[in-house]
Design a protein around this ligand. Structure first.
Ligand SMILES: NC(=O)c1ccc[n+]([C@@H]2O[C@H](COP(=O)([O-])OP(=O)(O)OC[C@H]3O[C@@H](n4cnc5c(N)ncnc54)[C@H](O)[C@@H]3O)[C@@H](O)[C@H]2O)c1
Length: 375
């Protein structure tokens, strides 16, 4: 595959597909060849809007030689099946998170990709964004001294009090609340912080966690269905010695902040979902109770150009991860969002709700590089 241009095809044309397709034009290295959804009308609608082919089924998509990367935007329950089928057809894969719903499937995906010499990347791509890359550069440059403690919040709002049944993307696809509630907030959202923390501090070695389903009746009146955890909190101990407390819910008011406490100061990222998020450094300004009054905003490594066509509450350049995968394939290197890293994140995520209590984590991954513009 050439480093400059990669043919991609999207599987799954639901709510999130819009966020990928609408900003693809910012990535001249990616050419959309076609789309597929098992709900045919969704594929036809997306294909019509973007002037590409709607494949009737997955085998036809996988048989198209112009496609080198399959972008798997299906529901979590389909991730492993679609990713493994794409690998078997010789395609690289960019998958929405989680890599799979079961760790065993995640391991199969990594093994298959490595056996076939193919690349798999997994969302979230927030670690490729300007805000996170700036935070990481500040940590590396010693802005807070030695990092010791992190508080990571991923509360997505009190969803049970909101009119979520009315949320739609620009193609009219509804927010898939039944699936979101069934999968639960941990598998849906914890990866945003886990990817960020493991990028900065390396592998997690111990997880001590608890979780609950605190609003079991949040489906609309008259609707029945499985409801997974809507609250989880974990204390994570990294091999590097850093400890983090991660809280994730769809019960508490929105707070997606990340606070890194070092022996020389404190850095706070306001919103891990926002590539243009504010970042504040508080350095010691004295030894009294006002010792952290020296707060100043940190200039981003480069400004994030927020586009009108991006969804207002998802200020993320979703296809950036796909573009990074395409670049990695062209340069014959591992992508910054590597499959082994995604597997580690999946193992930690799984440990956060698989049991109440402590889990040792042993998996490794190669440390990702900062973006070249953020070195
Ligand atoms: N909803 C969000 O705000 C959001 C944000 C970021 C990431 N994500 C992630 O994106 C992924 C998709 O979420 P969504 O909100 O778009 O869900 P969705 O239900 O709106 O869309 C998923 C689409 O995939 C299709 N699909 C499922 N299995 C398939 C298969 N085997 N073959 C072909 N098509 C198949 C479905 O028909 C559906 O149209 C999930 O992994 C989710 O975690 C969602």
């Amino acid at each position: 595959m050439s480093a400059s241009r990669a043919g991609i095809a999207v599987v799954g044309c639901g709510y999130v597909a819009d966020f990928y397709l609408n900003t693809l034009e910012d990535h001249p290295g990616l050419t959309l060849v076609g789309v597929h959804d098992r709900i045919a009308e969704r594929a036809v609608l997306a294909a019509g809007r973007h002037g590409v082919r709607a494949y009737e089924d997955l085998p036809r998509l996988l048989a198209d030689d112009r496609v080198s990367i399959v972008v798997n935007l299906t529901n979590p329950a389909s991730h492993a099946e679609v990713t493994l089928a794409a690998l078997a057809a010789g395609k690289h894969v960019y998958s929405e998170k989680p890599l799979a719903t079961h760790v065993a499937d995640g391991r199969r995906i990594v093994a298959e990709a490595e056996r076939r010499g193919l690349l798999v990347s997994c969302a979230p791509a927030n670690v490729l964004g300007e805000a996170f890359q700036t935070l990481w550069r500040e940590i590396r440059s010693g802005a807070v001294g030695e990092p010791r403690l992190v508080y990571a919040e991923l509360d997505d709002g009190a969803v049970h009090l909101m009119d979520y049944q009315t949320w739609k993307n620009s193609m009219g696809s509804p927010w898939p609340y039944r699936d979101e509630f069934a999968v639960g907030c941990n598998a849906e959202h914890s990866a945003y912080h886990l990817a960020a923390l493991t990028t900065m501090f390396g592998p997690v070695r111990r997880v001590v966690a608890d979780h609950g389903t605190l609003m079991p009746d949040k489906l609309p009146p008259g609707e029945d269905g499985p409801v997974g955890p809507d609250y989880v909190t974990a204390s994570l101990t990294f091999g590097s010695g850093v400890m983090a407390r991660l809280t994730c819910s769809i019960v508490a008011p929105a707070d997606r902040s990340l606070t890194v406490v070092g022996d020389g100061g404190v850095l706070r990222l306001d919103n891990c979902w926002d590539f243009g998020s504010g970042l504040t450094l508080r350095a010691p300004a004295g030894r009294g109770h006002d010792y952290l009054l020296g707060a100043r905003p940190v200039d981003p490594v480069r400004p994030y150009a927020y586009r009108k066509r991006y969804a207002a509450d998802h200020r993320m350049d979703f296809p950036r991860g796909v573009a990074e995968l395409a670049a990695a394939a062209g340069e014959r290197r591992q992508p910054r969002l590597s499959a082994r890293h995604a597997l580690h994140v999946l193992e930690v995520t799984d440990a956060m709700t698989a049991r109440h209590g402590s889990t040792e984590i042993t998996s490794e991954f190669a440390a990702p590089e900062p973006m070249t513009w953020a070195r």
